[in-house]
Design a protein around this ligand. Structure first.
Ligand SMILES: *[C@@H]1O[C@H](CO)[C@@H](O)[C@H](O)[C@H]1NC(C)=O
Ligand SMILES: *[C@@H]1O[C@H](CO)[C@@H](O)[C@H](O)[C@H]1NC(C)=O
Length: 418
C-alpha cells in the first residue's frame, strides 16, 4: 500500500511535533528515557541560565558558584537593558529607628555566611551565581517554567471567599499593612530549616512588596529564605528573591533565573545556602532584608544584612511598582500538596506554633516600611492573616527592642490539622 508510507511519515512528523509540544509543557520524555529533543532543550536552557564564568567555586554543600563578569549577568539578556548603565550604588539609602549600623543587638547578622565562602571568593567586577545543573532543570515539572512559580499563590488577606482560601494548597501565616503608598520594607527574619514532607512542597519565610490588585496584573517583589527540594535538589535553607509584574503568569522568576534583577555584589549568591541555622531552644540566628525604591531612578534595591547591597530591579520591569507599593506582607508560606489526602506535615518557620515564643517559634522582628518621605518607620495598623490557624499561625507583638514583631509558623499536620 502506497498510502502506508505517507501515513507513516506523517505519523513520524506528528510524533515529533507532539514531542516538541510535550517538552515545552512538561518533561514527560523523562519516563521513556531522555530523547535528543529534550537533551537539546535542556542544553539550551542551561546555556541561558549559566553564563561563562571568570572563576568557579565548589561549595561544600554541593553547589557550584560561578563568578560571572557583572556585564555578562542574565539581566543583560533583556532587550530593554542592552544599553543599560549599571548603577554601582543606590542614590539613596533609607534610615530609621532600627538602622543596622546603629544596632548593637544585631551582631549575628554579620556572622551569617554562605558555605561556598569556605572555598573562595568572587573577584571584583564579578557576581556569584549559583550554577543551574541538568538535574535542577529535569526536576522541574516543566522545563519552560523552571525557576518560576507555578501558581497564583500570593497570600490575599483581603479575600474572604472560602473558595480562594487554601488556593492550590498554598498556606500562609503573615502580617501585613495596606491602604497607603509604600516605598520599601525591612525585616529581620529568624532562620530555620523546616522539615519538608514531600519533595514537591516547599516552605519559605519572606517579605512581599505588592502593587496593583490581586488579579491578573499583581506586581510583586519578594525576598527571604526558602527550603525547596524541587528547585534546588536538597533541604538546605537558601536566600532567595522573586519578582513578577503579572501575578506570576508570564514575567518574573526566582533569583537570577531570568533577566530582570541586576546584581552588583560579589559576596552573596542568591539561591545559595545560608548558615548557621537556629536550633530549637538553642542558638538563634537571623538575617536582615531591606528592599527600597530609589526616589531618583525609581529602581527597587535590595540589601542583605548590614553590609551587602545586592543590586536592584529596574523600575521598567513593573507597572504599579514603577510608582509605589500598595501593600506589604511579611511571613511564611508552605505548599501543602495534601499527601495521602491529609494535611502535609511540612513545617513553617521553625515548625512550632507562635505561642512557644523565643528560640522555639520563628520570628520576624523590627518590621518596618519605607514611608512617603523615604524614612524607615514602624508600620501602623498591622493586620495578620492565616488560612488555617490550627496548621500554621501568626501572633503580632510590639516592644522597645524588637519594635513591631511577630511569631509565626507551625507543624502543619497535627491532631487539630488533619
Ligand atoms: C542602544 O544604543 C545604540 C547606539 O546608541 C542604538 O542604536 C540602539 O537603538 C540602542 N538600543 C536600545 C535598546 O536602546
Ligand atoms: C529532604 O528531607 C526529606 C524528609 O523531610 C527526606 O526524605 C529527603 O531525603 C531529604 N532530601 C535530601 C536531598 O536530603
Amino acid at each position: 500500500m502506497a498510502a502506508h508510507v505517507n501515513v507513516g511519515r506523517r505519523m513520524v512528523a506528528a510524533l515529533a511535533l507532539a514531542m516538541v509540544a510535550c517538552l515545552s509543557c512538561a518533561v514527560a520524555g523523562r519516563v521513556g528515557g531522555p530523547g535528543e529533543t529534550q537533551r537539546l532543550e535542556v542544553r539550551r536552557h542551561l546555556k541561558r541560565f549559566n553564563k561563562a564564568p571568570v572563576k568557579s567555586i565548589k561549595s561544600p554543600d554541593g553547589d557550584t558558584i560561578d563568578c560571572v563578569h557583572v556585564s555578562h549577568q542574565p539581566a543583560f539578556d533583556h532587550p530593554f537593558l542592552k544599553n543599560h548603565t549599571i548603577q554601582t550604588r543606590p542614590n539613596f539609602h533609607p534610615e530609621g529607628l532600627f538602622d543596622d549600623s546603629k544596632a548593637t543587638s544585631d551582631k549575628k547578622t554579620s556572622s551569617m555566611a554562605q558555605p561556598w565562602h569556605q572555598n573562595g571568593r568572587c573577584p571584583e567586577d564579578t557576581i556569584p551565581i549559583r550554577r543551574t545543573t541538568r538535574d535542577d532543570v529535569l526536576r522541574a515539572s516543566s522545563i519552560k517554567r523552571y525557576g518560576r512559580k507555578k501558581h497564583k499563590s500570593f497570600p490575599n488577606p483581603l479575600s474572604v471567599e472560602p473558595d480562594l482560601l487554601n488556593e492550590n494548597g498554598h498556606q500562609h501565616a503573615i502580617a501585613y499593612v495596606e491602604g497607603d503608598k509604600y516605598y520599601g520594607a525591612k525585616a529581620t527574619i529568624n532562620v530555620w530549616q523546616p522539615k519538608i514532607q514531600q519533595t514537591n512542597e516547599f516552605s519559605l519565610s519572606q517579605l512581599w512588596i505588592l502593587g496593583g490588585s490581586f488579579g491578573q496584573d499583581l506586581n510583586s517583589i519578594e525576598a527571604g529564605w526558602q527550603v525547596s527540594p524541587e528547585l534546588y535538589g536538597d533541604n538546605n535553607t537558601r536566600l532567595f528573591t522573586y519578582w513578577t509584574s503579572d501575578a506570576y503568569q508570564a514575567t518574573g522568576c526566582y533569583n537570577l533565573l531570568c533577566s530582570g534583577f541586576i546584581q552588583i555584589n560579589n559576596a552573596i549568591a542568591m539561591g545559595a545556602s545560608i548558615s548557621p541555622i537556629s536550633n530549637y531552644d538553642g542558638s538563634q540566628y537571623d538575617i536582615s532584608i531591606l528592599v527600597w525604591k530609589d526616589p531618583k531612578e525609581g529602581n527597587w534595591w535590595m540589601q542583605f544584612g548590614r553590609d551587602h547591597v545586592l543590586g536592584y530591579w529596574p523600575s521598567f520591569l513593573f507597572s504599579y511598582l514603577a510608582d509605589s507599593a500598595s501593600m506589604i506582607e511579611w511571613g511564611g508560606e508552605v505548599l501543602n500538596s495534601d499527601p495521602d489526602g491529609e494535611h502535609t506535615s511540612t513545617g513553617m518557620g521553625s515548625g512550632h506554633f507562635p505561642e512557644e515564643g523565643y528560640s522555639k517559634a520563628s520570628y520576624f522582628r523590627n518590621i518596618q516600611i519605607v514611608d512617603g518621605s523615604n524614612h524607615l518607620s514602624a508600620p501602623t495598623g498591622v493586620g495578620s492573616f492565616t488560612e488555617q490557624s490550627n496548621c500554621y499561625n501568626v501572633q503580632n507583638g510590639n516592644n522597645g527592642d524588637w519594635g513591631q514583631y511577630f511569631y509565626y509558623g507551625g507543624p502543619g499536620r497535627n491532631s487539630n490539622c488533619q
